[in-house]
Design a protein around this ligand. Structure first.
Ligand code: PGA
Length: 258
């Protein structure tokens, strides 16, 4: 990971107790039968137990945030090394819910991404416009700038993942049109290439924002979409399993929308 296979990442957010791991076992069994990479980003309290639950399967386990430091007097925070120690292979950085609730900005996200890579994790760096920015027709300019500011040049050759998640679509049951998603992902790819050159060509681009079993195949068929980041539809194991079947690359014709 990152890999040439399409990637489905579940983001449990602040959901999940030990009792929910049985469903994850069922997800792991299905994940091994589809032509996809599957990861689940869980609360820090569950990383180690989730790692053991999916052991022997191809499923990766991730965290949802990290501190940029290695260790120190940061009560409540978790470092990259701690996430790795617990069994994580990746971590979300700069999710819009953290930007909104804790004021995380692009510069901080870049530092977190660097800390993740330095600690041996693959960061999933999140960008996306707010409703106000969309209404002002600034979506592409905003996400271009976010890529520039959130992906430090020294990470150009590192294993990183970029996720486009329009803030207004997350958890609201609405998604941009397929043309809008395609345009946004082309902008992300263009921003990476213009700043970091060819080295970034293999960075997987995920789309997130109310993705579910009903819409995933259309989103995944878009040219610059290499996978999806799934919140609500990853919480219930049977929903997530339906989504995995719908997203199975062997069933999706690739659509070139350019
Ligand atoms: P959602 O969340 O699928 O519930 O919209 C996606 C995310 O926030 O990563």
């Amino acid at each position: 990971m990152p890999t040439s296979r399409r990637l489905i990442v579940g983001n449990w957010k602040m959901h999940g107790l030990q009792a929910d791991l049985a469903g994850a076992k069922a997800v792991a069994e299905v994940a091994d039968t589809v032509d996809l990479e599957v990861a689940i980003c869980v609360p820090a309290t569950l990383i180690e137990r989730m790692r053991r639950t999916v052991d022997g399967s191809t499923v990766s386990v991730g965290g949802q945030d990290l501190h940029s430091g290695v260790s120190g007097p940061f009560t409540g925070d978790i470092s990259a090394a701690m996430l790795v120690d617990a069994g994580a292979g990746m971590v979300i950085a700069g999710h819009s819910e953290r930007r909104a609730a804790y004021g995380e900005n692009d510069a901080q996200v870049a530092v977190k991404a660097r800390a993740a890579v330095g600690g041996g994790l693959v960061p999933i760096i999140c960008v996306g416009e707010t409703a106000a920015e969309r209404d002002a027709d600034r979506t592409l300019a905003v996400i271009h700038r976010q890529v520039v500011d959130c992906v430090p040049s020294d990470l150009a050759s590192a294993a990183i993942i970029l996720a486009y998640e329009p803030v207004w679509a997350i958890g609201h049951g609405v998604t941009p049109s397929l043309d809008e998603i395609a345009a946004a992902h082309a902008t992300l790819r263009g921003a990476l290439n213009s700043i970091h050159g060819d080295l970034c060509r293999s960075v997987p681009l995920l789309f997130g924002g109310s993705v579910d079993a009903g819409n995933v195949s259309k989103v995944m068929a878009l040219r610059d979409v290499n996978g999806v980041l799934v919140g609500g539809a990853s919480l219930d194991a049977s929903n997530f399993i339906s989504l995995l079947h719908a997203a199975d690359t062997r069933r999706i014709a690739h659509v070139d929308r350019e």
